[in-house]
Design a protein around this ligand. Structure first.
Ligand code: 5RP
Length: 234
């Protein structure tokens, strides 16, 4: 996605922001552009409060003068603007390319509205081309990996590859919460609900990157502007 397209998606999302709102602030390069545009409005007098989905977004927003509140102190979030790695026609998402999926899901779930900003390359008929990130507790992580692979058989995904995400060098990547990320190379996910339900039942799985029925709309950034896709039935 070019920076112009990202900028256009973020600028369109900014139009949804109203004075007094509590905003969930997403993670990733597109969400970061949104935070920068929001900060300009804040400088010009817009009164909003943000709550971040990652340490990186927390630092960025604070450095630009956006007032940040710990999500635990909030009774609700009006609107969350976040990126995504893939979205399908039902606006189900794969998220977690930036390893922030747990906090992103906590914030999205607590939000009255979740709006995604993404480029057209992330629009797919069926989720799964982007490896599905699964956040795993480091305790007995290999055992959890084997459990995940065994359970995938039940949802038509037997024999797929599952690899630990690495940081730079030989170290495994750690999320903001100290967990590991297991990337599942599904290629195509035949039934997102079934896969989500199976992963939810494995104790060592902290969270997975399937966001099912959470996004109310996706704003697709393009070179010349932005296209809005509303969830079918809304
Ligand atoms: C982070 C995410 C991001 O929102 C997702 O990876 C999209 O990022 P970008 O806007 O940089 O393409 O889920 O965990």
């Amino acid at each position: 996605m070019s920076d112009v397209a990202k900028q256009n998606a973020a600028a369109e999302a900014l139009k949804l922001v109203e004075p007094g709102m509590v905003l969930g602030l997403g993670t990733g390069s597109t969400a970061a552009i949104f935070v920068r545009l929001l900060a300009e409005k804040v400088k010009a007098g817009l009164d909003v409060v943000g709550t971040p989905t990652s340490e990186a977004t927390d630092r960025l927003a604070r450095s630009l003068g956006v007032r940040i509140v710990d999500p635990g102190e909030l009774s609700g979030i009006d609107l969350t603007i976040d990126g995504a790695d893939e979205f399908d026609p039902q606006l189900n998402l794969i998220k977690g390319g930036g390893a922030a999926l747990l906090r992103e899901k906590i914030i999205a779930d607590a939000s009255a509205r979740m709006v995604v900003i993404a480029d057209a390359g992330k629009e797919v008929r069926q989720l799964g081309r982007f490896p599905l990130p699964v956040e795993v507790n480091p305790f007995a992580a290999e055992l959890t990996r084997r459990e995940v692979l065994a359970h995938l058989e039940y949802v038509g995904l037997g024999g797929i590859e599952a690899s630990w995400r690495m940081a730079t060098g030989e170290a495994m990547l750690r999320t903001d919460g100290g967990h590991l990320i297991l990337d599942l190379k599904c290629n195509a996910i035949p039934d997102v609900e079934a896969l989500g339900a199976v992963l939810d039942r494995i104790p060592g799985v902290v969270e997975h990157g399937l966001f099912i029925g959470m996004a109310e709309r996706v704003i697709v950034g393009e070179e010349a502007g932005a296209r809005v896709i509303v969830r079918p039935g809304d």
